[in-house]
Ligand binder design. Structure first.
Ligand code: AHM
Ligand code: MG
Length: 355
């Protein structure tokens, strides 16, 4: 068990890689570049409404090639700027075959002037960005996949289909949360570790080794303003929570909804809970609001690695085969017993029994 507070992210990654004596170090180097992008975004987010007025105080903006006007002010919205930071800080390192982002319609190619590598980086550069205006936590979510073998061998341009892999194949996933403190929460497939940014050192330091989600919880998170559009099993699950001690669950529940998935998932990793963003009848043709590749898969990977569960109400999220890059999905994740209960309600409503 590592001594928390003494291990930097770099040391954690080196110790983890000792399990793979033949590892080249590319994977670790890639994660450190992703972490650097998150630190740059954290710095910009910290300026809040001053970011525009103090454009010249943000060297990151020009470093990533953002549009800067004659006053040196950053003119781009934060989510576009965050996207550019992710792209610019990862395209040069030789570890990537390509990138895909919630903010880009098509995958980003590694420019011909740089080497191409064996990984694919998928990200939501600034999730929950509607919370920026009200100074509530936001974050960046990322996922690392292995590129298909022919992409690695040929170094050809990537296409959308190269990214369409089930979440279970992720090599690593994580998020940075820009809150009262900046944290990086990461899984390289061997549990989940949380690192707090030491602002004096500019280093992520291990503060939450081996994060585990309790199987039971009395806290749920859902946007109840959509309740009239929910499917019956979702309504049943939430009604039973609301009924509290005298209802079928026999216990009182608490509710939280930050409207920033990173913050809601972070709370669940810290103290348990269940998060639901289900399909609803507002836009019946969309399978859900959240994106499978950029939000659901990386979060489901972390949640499972921490002992929790994640489904779309009917199937394990990590087993879903994406049909397109920007695919949306219903999400139920968190404490295992609650996710299994809510999933069982869906299967029961479909006339199937839970497996
Ligand atoms: P975004 O990627 O456009 O920021 O949207 C995703 C966010 C999640 O972080 C959050 O859980 C959800 O949208 C909140 O949605 P709503 O405002 O419908 O409650
Ligand atoms: Mg998002």
């Amino acid at each position: 068990m590592p001594l928390s507070g003494r291990w930097t992210l770099t040391r954690y990654l080196i110790e983890e890689r000792r399990r793979y004596p033949g590892a080249s170090g590319d994977f670790n180097a890639l994660i450190l570049d992703v972490a650097l992008a998150c630190k740059a975004i954290a710095r910009i987010v910290a300026f809040g409404p001053l970011a525009d007025a103090l454009g010249t105080a943000l060297p990151e903006a020009s470093a990533v090639g953002g549009e800067v006007n004659v006053q040196g002010e950053v003119q781009k919205p934060l989510d576009v700027l965050s996207n550019e930071i992710f792209v610019r800080m990862n395209e040069w390192n030789g570890h990537l075959a390509g990138m895909a982002s919630e903010e880009m319609a098509q995958p980003a190619q590694i420019p011909p002037s740089y080497q191409r590598g064996k990984y694919l980086l998928v990200f939501d550069p600034l999730d929950g960005s509607s919370n920026i205006d009200v100074n509530v936590s936001v974050g960046s979510i990322f996922s690392i996949l292995r590129a298909p073998e022919d992409v690695i061998a040929s170094g050809r341009d990537v296409t959308e289909s190269d990214f369409l892999q089930p979440g279970a194949t992720q090599m690593a996933a994580g998020y940075a949360i820009y809150g009262p403190t900046t944290m990086l929460v990461l899984s390289v497939g061997n549990g989940v570790a949380g690192f707090t940014l030491n602002p004096n050192l500019g280093e992520f330091v291990l503060s939450h080794p081996n994060i585990q989600i309790p199987a039971d919880t009395t806290e749920f998170a859902i946007n109840t303003s959509n309740s009239r559009f929910w499917e019956p099993p979702v309504k049943r699950y939430v009604d039973e929570c609301l009924a509290g001690k005298t209802g079928p669950r026999g216990k009182d529940f608490n509710m939280r909804w930050v409207a920033s998935m990173v913050a809601d998932v972070h709370r669940i990793l810290c103290r348990g809970g269940v998060f639901l963003y289900p399909w609803d009848a507002r836009e019946p043709d969309k399978p859900g609001k959240l994106r499978l590749m950029y939000e659901a898969n990386p979060m489901a990977f972390l949640i499972e690695q921490a002992g929790g569960a994640a489904t779309n109400g009917r199937q394990r999220i990590l087993d879903l085969m994406p049909a397109k890059l920007h695919e949306r999905v219903s999400v139920i994740l968190g404490s295992k017993n609650e996710v299994e209960r809510a999933t069982a309600y869906h299967l029961e409503a479909d006339g199937k029994t839970a497996s």
